[in-house]
Every structure is written in structure tokens, then in C-alpha cells.
Write a protein that binds this ligand. Structure first.
Ligand SMILES: Cc1ncc(COP(=O)(O)O)c(C=O)c1O
Length: 341
């Protein structure tokens, strides 16, 4: 293994493991050689569809060291299914789920020496790009594609560990188009960049922008949004306008297991003040894990949840999620996939 910076001290996603897996299509069918190859650059036609017409999707999932010394990937099959769905929505050749699954497992097993100890983990980034060299194909899908999987050893996504985050509400500019939010596509992140940077330029203390177009709270740039109190866990009902987070669905299942009433429904901006007095807010995501929200900024108004510190329900839900991820708790839903070490 080559000498690399400590993943716990450098920004999330900037260190890459030694091994990757690739599967280019031939006549629209993915061909995976069945083994990993050294991480490195590849060649791409300057006319590749992804470079011109944005046919690029990705996934983000993690492998965690378990308390018994084994290694497991969290909700592998759900991430594979979401990637196949994103491919379908972008009209890219759809990967065979078993091939993609095996590519992910092969990279994790090859990079096992680079998986950091908790609270670190191995972030897995499957990526799919349209490679057809055809700049006339603005209104037609890419017939050829490249599927690949790279891994990053990572620490905390939000600097400073588990701490209350500050969110800034964006009511006017949507993160992406309503029909496209559920696709994990690079184009969505490109669209969110300007509103995010503009809003953050006004307040350096802001961790994430909470998109609430027309008052309808959906998600931040990298995570789903929740409210909780001693009895209830609330999040926006699914539709095509935002990402159907795998962590979101995990939190809902765990909340149900723990006896909370689970509400999937619209969350109005005007509700936040009332929740702030008696309840809690948090974000969920593969990178964000389950992160407490301390303060939400809406224009000049500052809404502070409780005393601004992580709430007890938030921490309880986080602990039950982390216990499944790191193997210290049972896995009643079958979310862990063990890999060879
Ligand atoms: C925009 C957005 N929303 C929500 C999430 C959370 O999704 P997941 O829990 O599947 O990681 C992410 C990604 O991590 C995201 O990028």
C-alpha cells in the first residue's frame, strides 16, 4: 500500500484506495473482468455523452469494521437497487445488479488494509457514465457506458464530529427539478452549487442549506431532514423531488422498532418554531450518518432547537443506527453484508 494522508485529518473523499473495479459496455452490455485493477486514470472520448449531456450517476455507501473484527457493508443491496433505478431514469444501460454487487464487494475486499478504524469507515463510490462519442445525442440516451467503483477511507463528513449543525433555509431556488431529485445524478449537485455557495457566502457558520421551495421542506444538499420528539419521528413523504435516502429508510425502520410514531408527511416551515420549543431536528445520510441540527436560520430569524445541543431522541436513534453499522447490535432487518478480510 502506498503512503497516504490520514483520512481522519483530510477532507472527506480526497484519499483513494489502491484498487478499483471497472466494467465498460460493449453493445450496451457491461463486461466486468471479474477482478479489480489498480486505481488510476482512464481514457474517455472528448465527445463522451456524460461530458456534454450529463449522463452520469453515482452511489455512496460504506463498509464498517465490526466489533468482532469482521468487515461489513451497510445496506449493499438497497444501494445497488437505487443505482439501477437511477440508470433507468437517466436512460443509461442498466447494470446487472449481481455484477454491480460483486464489483463493490471485490473492491472492498481488495482495499481491506485501507479501511480505517471507527469512527472512520470505507466510503464506496460506484459511478456510471455515458460514454457514447456522439455530440449529436442531446436528445437521445448514451448507448454505451462505463461502470466503475472506487473506494475512499473516510472520517467524519462534518468537521468536529457529532455536533449540532446550523442549517440555512432556501425557500426560493429549488435544489433541482421536481422530477429529478430522486436520481442520484451529478447534475443535481451542479444545480445546487450556486444557491448553496451564495447562501453560505452570507453566513460562514452555515453547515448545509435546507431546501424548502415554497415552504415545502425536503432535504439538504447531502442529507435528508427529520424532526423528532419523545413520541414521534417525522420526515417528508417520498416523491420524485428529493433523494430517497437509504439512511432515511433505516431511521424510519429503527424509529418504528423503538416504538416511535412515524409520520411521513409534508413539513411546513411554520412548524419549525413549534418543534424547536419541544422537539429536535436532525439530518440523515451515508456521509452525514445521523447528525443533530442545533439551529435553523430563516431570513433574519434564528430557530434554535431546545438548548441548541444534540437532543436525547436524536442520540438514541443515532446509537441504534451505529450499532447496526458497527455490529455491536443485532441486525433484525438484514442490512449487513459480510465481506472477506
Ligand atoms: C441530496 C442528498 N439527499 C439525501 C442523501 C442521503 O441519502 P443516503 O442516506 O442514501 O446516503 C444524500 C446522500 O448521501 C444526498 O446527496
Amino acid at each position: 500500500m502506498s503512503e497516504k494522508p490520514d483520512p481522519m485529518t483530510v477532507p472527506f473523499g480526497t484519499v483513494f484506495c489502491d484498487w478499483m473495479a471497472t466494467a465498460p459496455t460493449a453493445n450496451g452490455v457491461y463486461g466486468y473482468a471479474g477482478s479489480v485493477e489498480p486505481y488510476g486514470d482512464f481514457t474517455l472520448s472528448p465527445a463522451a455523452h456524460a461530458l456534454h449531456y450529463g449522463s452520469a450517476i453515482f452511489e455512496g455507501l460504506k463498509a464498517h469494521w465490526q466489533v468482532d473484527g469482521s468487515l461489513a457493508i451497510f445496506r449493499l443491496d438497497d444501494h445497488v437497487a437505487r443505482m439501477c433505478q437511477s440508470a433507468s431514469l437517466l436512460r443509461l444501460p442498466i447494470p446487472d445488479a449481481n455484477v454491480l454487487r460483486q464489483m463493490i464487494i471485490d473492491t472492498v475486499e481488495a482495499n481491506v488494509e485501507e479501511v480505517p478504524p471507527p469512527p472512520g469507515s470505507l466510503y464506496i463510490r460506484p459511478t456510471l457514465i455515458g460514454t457514447e462519442p456522439n455530440i449529436g445525442a442531446a436528445a437521445t440516451p448514451s448507448s454505451e457506458a462505463l461502470l466503475y467503483v472506487v473506494n475512499c477511507p473516510v472520517g467524519d463528513y462534518f468537521k468536529g464530529g457529532v455536533r449540532p449543525l446550523t442549517l440555512l433555509i432556501e425557500e426560493e431556488i429549488p435544489r433541482t427539478t421536481p422530477q429529478f431529485g430522486m436520481v442520484k445524478s451529478g447534475a443535481n449537485y451542479a444545480m445546487a452549487l450556486s444557491p448553496t455557495l451564495d447562501a453560505m457566502a452570507e453566513n460562514a457558520a452555515v453547515d448545509q442549506i435546507l431546501f424548502a421551495t415554497g415552504g415545502d421542506i425536503t432535504e439538504t444538499g447531502a442529507a435528508n431532514f427529520f424532526l423528532a420528539d419523545d413520541n414521534r419521528v417525522v420526515t417528508r413523504q417520498l416523491d420524485s423531488s428529493f433523494l430517497h435516502g437509504v439512511t432515511r429508510s433505516s431511521v424510519l425502520a429503527l424509529a418504528n422498532d423503538l416504538g416511535y410514531e412515524v409520520e411521513e408527511r409534508p413539513i411546513e416551515l411554520d412548524e419549525l418554531q413549534q418543534w424547536a420549543e419541544n422537539g429536535e431536528a436532525f439530518l440523515s445520510g451515508t456521509a452525514a450518518v445521523l447528525s443533530p441540527v442545533g439551529t435553523v436560520l430563516r431570513g433574519d430569524a434564528q430557530i434554535t432547537f431546545g438548548d441548541g445541543e444534540p437532543g436525547s431522541n436524536t442520540l438514541r436513534l443515532r446509537e441504534s443506527l451505529v450499532a447496526i453499522q458497527n455490529g455491536s447490535g443485532d441486525d433484525p432487518h438484514g442490512w449487513r453484508t459480510a465481506v472477506q478480510t
